[in-house]
Design a protein around this ligand. Structure first.
Ligand code: GDP
Ligand code: IMO
Ligand code: MG
Length: 422
């Protein structure tokens, strides 16, 4: 199938990078459609480890890699990652950056940090990379886009307009120092020469690739539960990671998408604040964190760990139109004798529901209803095909597919590219 969206089905860090890298081997184009350097995708291939924040995961295999208009770009992070490509012998001309993508400006980072400080106990736990403030300026129509750096005069005007407001805000509201027009202008104008060769028409490129029957992967960053409209607001990111964000963020029509591959861990993690019904209470949480290496790629924070939540996953199937799933990190569960799975939520009135609550306070009060599945008690390191899976591991995977009524196409049994069962 030519056009596939790969979307995080939980709260992020499901292993999207690894799955995209794997599928990129047989794809012609990989396209990021939203988010920015808040993403952290770890890819282990050919004995090398890659940590990508801004570039699509297709770069690892040298596949044409596009950053769509729906993304926000930190030029410094972008150019650092381009340098890494060059160091590792990959031709950076495979990268195409939409001129319509918005730039993360220095004040976005300052505001992200200052506003989290101000929120105190109510903070979101953002990655502090300026994501929310950059998308806010985009919506307010005072954002600065990639194409603006290509014209020094326009760039200066736009920075001047933005700073006239931002500096007042920074100094009077957040009581931090503002920015100097000349400093910011010269720094960003300085990026122009290096950014220029990458700037292209992402929409046209992807449209033509699809017309030529090429296969295109749309790589989501973040995940369904962090979606601005359909996630656990306000504990979300500021873009639309769900699958329908792909055509919007790239600039093609929704009829062009052929399939949606959801990526879910065999358990759940969440970084940052916000409700998390299946979060493990007690020492098993730390054990799962250690076994799964669950520490943030971008911030190094401990990821909160929970058992698999089928209510949230059922919701992800719904809002994304997921046609099949990749279930990652099954190997991490090998040491547990029993595996609780959240199959329904218990509401405040005592009733039970298989559906994700539409209202925030119902979600806050939801209690997991568990079904406990048997563990398999042996490592999956040597397993090479799905037929070799221990019966209990197979039963775990089949239980999920049955409950969600969605086929599980890929099962991850290790971090490296080849540790996936088809
Ligand atoms: P992403 O943000 O969705 O791309 O996921 P991250 O890269 O942030 O986190 C997933 C982590 O799990 C990475 O360190 C991967 O190398 C690792 N990983 C991915 N799939 C598997 C798997 O099937 N088994 C194991 N043990 N690790 C995996
Ligand atoms: P990948 O692509 C996990 C979380 C943050 C915070 C919230 C808002 O690696 O799956 P933001 O900086 O976006 O304004 O933070 O979203 N968050 C992620 N959690 N994986 C990510 O990306 C995330 N990107 C943002 O922790 O709770
Ligand atoms: Mg990640």
């Amino acid at each position: 199938m030519p056009a596939t969206v790969v979307v995080g089905a939980q709260w992020g860090d499901e292993g999207k990078g690894k799955i995209v890298d794997l599928l990129a081997q047989e794809s012609d184009v990989v396209c990021r459609y939203q988010g920015g350097p808040n993403a952290g995708h770890t890819i282990v291939a050919g004995g090398e480890t890659w940590k990508l924040r801004q570039l699509p995961s297709g770069v690892v295999s040298g596949t044409t890699s596009v950053i769509g208009a729906g993304c926000v770009v930190d030029p410094e992070v972008f150019l650092d990652e381009i340098d890494v490509l060059v160091e590792r012998g990959i031709d950076p001309s495979i990268v195409v950056l939409s001129g319509n993508a918005h730039l993360i400006m220095p004040w976005h980072l300052t505001i992200d940090q200052a506003s989290e400080r101000r929120l105190g106990r109510l903070q979101i736990g953002t990655t502090r990379r300026g994501i929310g403030p950059a998308y806010a300026d985009k919506a307010s129509r005072i954002g600065i886009r990639v194409q603006d750096v290509l014209d020094a005069k326009i760039l200066r005007e736009k920075i001047e307009v933005a700073l006239a407001e931002k500096n007042v805000w920074l100094e009077r509201v957040y009581e931090v120092q503002g920015f100097d027009l000349e400093d910011v202008w010269s720094r960003y104008a300085g990026y122009a020469e290096r950014l220029a060769p990458f700037v292209g028409d992402a929409s046209l490129l992807v449209d033509e690739a699809l017309h030529d029957d090429k296969s295109v992967l749309f790589e989501g960053a973040q995940a369904t539960m962090l979606d601005l409209d359909h996630g656990t607001y306000p504990f979300v990111t500021s873009s639309n990671p769900i699958a329908s964000g792909a055509p919007t963020g790239v600039g093609i029509g929704p009829t062009r998408i052929d399939r949606v591959l959801g990526v879910a861990k065999a358990y759940v993690t969440r970084v940052g604040e916000g409700p998390f019904p299946s979060e493990i209470q007690g020492p098993q949480q730390a054990r799962l964190r250690e076994l799964g290496g669950e520490y943030g790629t971008v911030t190094g924070r401990e990821r909160r760990c929970g058992w698999l939540d089928l209510v949230a996953l059922r919701y992800a199937v719904r809002v994304n139109g997921i046609t099949s799933l990749a279930l990652t990190k099954l190997d991490v569960l090998s040491e547990f004798a029993e595996l609780p799975v959240c199959v329904r939520y218990r509401r405040r009135d005592g009733g039970e529901t298989p559906h994700f609550p539409a209202h925030q306070s119902d979600f806050h009060h939801a209690e997991p209803v568990w079904e406990v599945l048997a563990g398999w008690g042996e490592p999956l390191d040597a397993i090479e095909s799905q037929h070799e899976l221990p019966p209990a591991a197979r039963a775990y995977v089949e239980f999920i597919a049955r409950e969600l009524a969605v086929p599980i196409e890929l099962v991850g049994v290790g971090a490296s590219r080849d540790r996936v069962l088809v």
